[in-house]
Every structure is written in structure tokens, then in C-alpha cells.
Design a protein around this ligand. Structure first.
Ligand code: DQA
Length: 147
């Protein structure tokens, strides 16, 4: 089983960016936690990070051709990018939206995601563990579909 994790805008700055909100773990730390979880689950996970909307759309299209599922944290694009929503909707493989922070407990504009309705689920508020929980849930959902 192959899952692609896509980190979106500004997530390359984790650890230095608003640590009071996002914690002090860097993106490398998050990716290491993801790989540990992948090993536990016995699946292959590739991670990518792009801050540009078009690059994220391209990464979703590439995942659609090569992977069984997508875990995506679009960053602020979650709240308004119809291009990312359309890419996820058209990928033909299931996606889970992830947020480090609990977006429902922050500014009101973060409470809405235009991407979440085309995902199979959302995990938010658990820091790096949000990604691990999403991987676990997506792997379980995918293996239920495998005959
Ligand atoms: C975020 C939440 C978004 O609202 C914000 O714009 C981000 C990070 C999170 O992981 O908590 O960039 O996606």
C-alpha cells in the first residue's frame, strides 16, 4: 500500500513558525514521525511539501497516478482553494485532510474547509500525531476495500 503525504503552504517553516500554535517540531521531525508510523503499519509513504497552489495541485495529480491514498494538509488553502478541492475530488483515490492545530477552535475563517467535503475524513488538533492518526485511518479504510 502506497500513500502520499502532501504538506502545503508554509509547513516548510514548522518549528520556527508561530511555535505557540504549531509547536517546535520541524517538518523533518514530522516526516520522521510519519515514517515511523508507516513502518509500524507496513506501508510505503512518500512525503512532499509545496507552498504554491499549482504545485500542490500537480502533486495531487501525481499521487493519483502512483498511490492508493493521499493525506493532505493544504495549510491556509484548505479554507478557500477550489483548485485543490477539485484536484482531490478528481484524484480517484481517497484523501484525508490533516491539520496540526484544531482549526475549529481558532479564527472563524479557519472553521471552514472547502477541501474537507471531498475527503473521506479530517484529523485536526493533535500536532504531528494528526498525520499518524490520518495514516492509520486511511490504511485501515484502504485495506477494508482490498479483496
Ligand atoms: C494548518 C491550519 C491552517 O489554518 C493554517 O493556515 C496553516 C496550518 C494546520 O496544520 O493547523 O497553515 O493547516
Amino acid at each position: 500500500m502506497r500513500i502520499v503525504v502532501i504538506h502545503g503552504a508554509n509547513l516548510n517553516r514548522l518549528g520556527r513558525r508561530e511555535p505557540e500554535v504549531y509547536g517546535t517540531a520541524t517538518l523533518a521531525d514530522v516526516d520522521a514521525a510519519i515514517q515511523r508510523e508507516a513502518q509500524t503499519l507496513g506501508i510505503t509513504v512518500n512525503t512532499v511539501q509545496h507552498s504554491g497552489e499549482g504545485a500542490i495541485v500537480d502533486a495531487i495529480a501525481a499521487a493519483a497516478e502512483s498511490a492508493d491514498g493521499i493525506v493532505i494538509n493544504p495549510g491556509a488553502y484548505s479554507h478557500y482553494s477550489y483548485a485543490i478541492r477539485d484536484a482531490v475530488a478528481g484524484a480517484g483515490i481517497p484523501a484525508v485532510e490533516v491539520h496540526l492545530s484544531n482549526t475549529a477552535a481558532r479564527e472563524s475563517f479557519r472553521a471552514q474547509s472547502v477541501v474537507a467535503p471531498v475527503c473521506v475524513g479530517v484529523v485536526a488538533g493533535f500536532g504531528a500525531n494528526s498525520y499518524c492518526l490520518a495514516l492509520r485511518a486511511l490504511a485501515a479504510a484502504l485495506s477494508r476495500k482490498t479483496p
